[in-house]
Every structure is written in structure tokens, then in C-alpha cells.
Write a protein that binds this ligand. Structure first.
Ligand code: PLP
Length: 393
């Protein structure tokens, strides 16, 4: 047996383990100091009432012979897909039910979709970015080229006609920078992909944070996207499903390459390798998109938005350059005094015991930058910004 040697080319995931190690070393030396974590990418507020109630009812159904369900449709139950169709419709996007595929989250599908593409495709990945795009393609042995996201382009790189790419990753609102593409910018990517016979893998995991109606929440708000883009989203950040697990992937039927429908290929892939998301979870997910659910999740999203505002205002007060936080839970700041990402991490930990995520962990262009998140509790966020205010003052 020969192993897949590509795994030896994946960089060890030092980022969060190094953060954890540094924090635990600091706490053991300073047990009396309270550490505040603003580095987490996980939600902290519980599931909303509408979801909990739907989950409980679905559990009851599963315990009764007449309503018990076994294997469901691999691509998801129609009751949930119909709700998603309406959700997209509310953003002016028309989808057919069989273009929607329910999954256990965006991360799985972002990895699994690669089954559809040949190994000799060139992959274009913005730097800095969510590390899963690079690692999943490295595992498969694909060639990766990077496009720079930096202050000059507002961390929103646009297509470069001299770069030839077959698979393009875009994440908007972006993790880690919080930058959001507008419609004109996304149109440039859509045109580039259509002209170059390329596919865009559009990660909209943070679309729910967008409040400006002019900013696209889905790539299908852009004309031409249905012939070049697959969209991945999930309820993780939308409705606190990080531990409950439910997401969705949109593969338009008009997505045809070499005469082959990617929608059909994905259906074949899913029905072969996936047995669907549990009925109970899909009922919980359905509740998110009811009028009550949508109202309740907005309360949670507003809570995180308010946290982001508190962080952003403090940075602004001290003239610390930053973006994000407005249509995103992430705030991306330039480390003051030309500190490196890790120097700034140590500086904050040692002086004010606030933990963030060093930008260097997301790619070379992340060096010198730092990610803070709004997913903490209000009390902790207030305490953290007070400490930062004192420190920078
Ligand atoms: N895409 C991005 C950009 C993310 O930041 C994350 C999670 O942090 C995911 C996808 C994964 O989401 P899920 O929980 O649905 O797998």
C-alpha cells in the first residue's frame, strides 16, 4: 500500500495550537490573571427558541412509529430546501429546489466538491484566507497559485488576466479580514471565470452579517454567476449551528463544463458518499427560516454586531488601522508600531491578557496584521476594549 504522499506537503496547523500553548503557559505562570479570548471563530450564544422547539418536536416524532424516519434524501428534505429557496428569493435570487443540496456544513462540502475536478487544474487562492482551501487542494495534489490581498486592494483582490486559474476561491465576507466584495467587484470575477472556463467556489459562510442591501449576500446576485459559480453556506454563524451541523451548497443546473452538468455530478457524488443530514437537525434548520426564527437569529447577530462596534470604536479612537467588523464578525487590524503578528499577540497577552489570532497564520500577507472577533460575551468584550483603551492610551 502506498500512502497519499500529498499529505506530507500540508503545513502543520501551528496557528491555534501555538495560541493555546502560549495562553496555557501564561495562565500557569499568572493564575490570578483573567484572560479574555477574542480570537475564537466559534459562536457563544445558544440556539434560538424556535430552533430548540423544532428540534424537540422532531425528536418526539422519531420516537413514534407513524412519524419515525429512516434514511432521508441525501440532498436534503424538501421542507428545508423550500425554506432556503424563499430565503434566496428574499435576496432576489431564484433557485430551483434541485439546485440546493443540504449538508452537514460548509467545511465538508468545500473539501468534498473537489471530487468533481481533475487533479491537473490550477487553483487560485487569495492570501490571507481560511486555510481549508489550501489544505484540501494540497491533499489532492493540485497546484495552487496565490493572489495577494493587501491594504492596496482593500484586501479584495481582483482578477489578474495574466494569471491562468481553473478553480477560484472567493470568501466574502472574508475570514479573516472581514472585507466584503461589492457587486461591481464580484462581476469582474464572474466575467473572468466565464471567459476562462473556470469555476468559482464562493464561500458565503458569513453572508448573514451583511446589513447593506447593496452588498451581495450571494454570488448569484451577479449576472452570469450561474454558469461559473458554486456557493457554499451554512447555519454555523447564521444561527449558531457550529455544534449542531447543517449547511447548504448551491450547484446551478446551468453549470456545464465539457458538456457535463456539475449539478448531476454533485448529486451522483452525494448519493454515493453521503447519507444526508439527520431529520431532526433539518427540522431545526427549517425553523431558522420561519418568521420567528429569522427574527430570533437577528437578535443574536445584532449582539455580535454590537460587540464588533465596540472593538472597532476603540481601535478608531487610537488610530489603529483596521477593516471588517461592519458586515462581518471579524476585525482585521494592522499591528501598531510595526510589530509582527506574533509580537503583537505576545504584547496583548502579557500586558492586558487579551487573546486574538495572529494574521500570519492565514498566509504571508497576514503578517503584521491581527484578527479579533465579536463572538465573545458582551461583558468580556467590554472588559477587553477597556483594557485595550488603557494600553493604547
Ligand atoms: N468557511 C469559512 C470562511 C469559515 O470561516 C468557516 C468556519 O469557521 C467555514 C467555512 C466552516 O463552516 P461550517 O461550520 O459550516 O463547516
Amino acid at each position: 500500500m502506498n500512502i497519499n504522499k500529498n499529505y506530507q506537503n500540508i503545513a502543520d496547523s501551528y496557528l491555534f495550537s501555538t495560541v493555546a500553548k502560549k495562553v496555557s503557559e501564561f495562565s500557569s505562570k499568572n493564575p490570578d490573571k483573567k484572560i479574555i479570548r477574542l480570537g475564537i471563530g466559534d459562536v457563544t450564544l445558544p440556539l434560538c427558541k424556535a430552533v430548540v422547539s423544532a428540534l424537540k418536536s422532531a425528536c418526539d416524532e422519531m420516537g413514534v412509529k407513524e412519524t419515525f424516519r429512516g434514511y432521508g434524501p441525501e440532498q436534503g428534505y424538501e421542507f428545508l430546501k423550500t425554506r432556503l429557496q424563499d430565503y434566496y428569493k428574499s435576496h432576489n435570487v431564484d433557485l430551483e429546489l434541485d439546485e440546493i443540496f443540504i449538508s452537514d456544513g460548509a467545511k465538508s462540502d468545500l473539501g468534498n466538491i473537489l471530487d468533481l475536478f481533475a487533479v491537473d487544474n490550477t487553483v487560485l487562492v487569495p492570501d490571507p484566507v481560511y486555510p481549508v482551501y489550501v489544505d484540501t487542494n494540497t491533499m489532492a495534489g493540485r497546484k495552487i497559485v496565490y493572489i495577494d490581498a493587501n491594504e492596496q486592494n482593500d484586501f479584495l483582490p481582483l482578477p489578474d488576466s495574466s494569471v491562468k486559474a481553473d478553480i477560484i476561491y472567493l470568501c466574502s465576507p472574508n475570514n479573516p479580514t472581514g472585507a466584503v466584495y461589492n457587486k461591481t467587484q464580484l462581476k469582474k470575477w464572474v466575467d473572468y471565470a466565464n471567459e476562462n472556463h473556470a469555476v468559482i467556489l464562493f464561500d458565503s459562510a458569513y453572508e448573514c452579517f451583511i446589513t447593506d442591501k447593496e452588498l451581495p449576500r450571494s454570488i448569484y446576485e451577479i449576472e452570469g454567476a450561474k454558469t461559473c459559480a458554486i456557493e457554499f453556506c451554512s447555519l454555523s454563524k447564521t444561527a449558531g449551528f457550529t455544534g449542531t451541523r447543517c449547511g447548504y451548497t448551491i450547484v446551478p443546473k446551468t453549470l456545464v463544463f465539457d458538456g457535463v452538468s456539475l449539478n448531476k455530478m454533485w448529486l451522483r457524488r452525494q448519493t454515493t458518499k453521503f447519507n444526508g443530514v439527520p431529520y431532526i437537525i433539518q427540522r431545526g434548520a427549517e425553523a431558522v427560516f420561519t418568521p420567528e426564527g429569522l427574527e430570533e437569529i437577528q437578535e443574536n447577530l445584532n449582539y455580535y454586531r454590537e460587540n464588533a462596534k465596540l472593538i472597532s470604536e476603540t481601535l478608531k479612537k487610537h488610530n489603529i488601522w483596521h477593516i471588517g467588523g461592519k458586515h462581518s464578525p471579524y476585525i482585521w487590524l494592522r499591528c501598531p508600531n510595526n510589530m509582527t503578528s506574533w509580537e503583537f499577540f505576545d504584547y496583548l497577552l502579557e500586558n492586558v491578557q487579551v487573546v486574538g489570532t495572529p494574521g500570519a497564520g492565514f498566509g504571508k500577507n497576514g503578517e503584521g496584521y491581527f484578527r479579533l472577533t465579536s463572538f465573545g460575551s458582551r461583558e468580556n468584550t467590554i472588559e477587553a476594549v477597556e483594557r485595550l483603551d488603557k494600553l493604547f492610551g
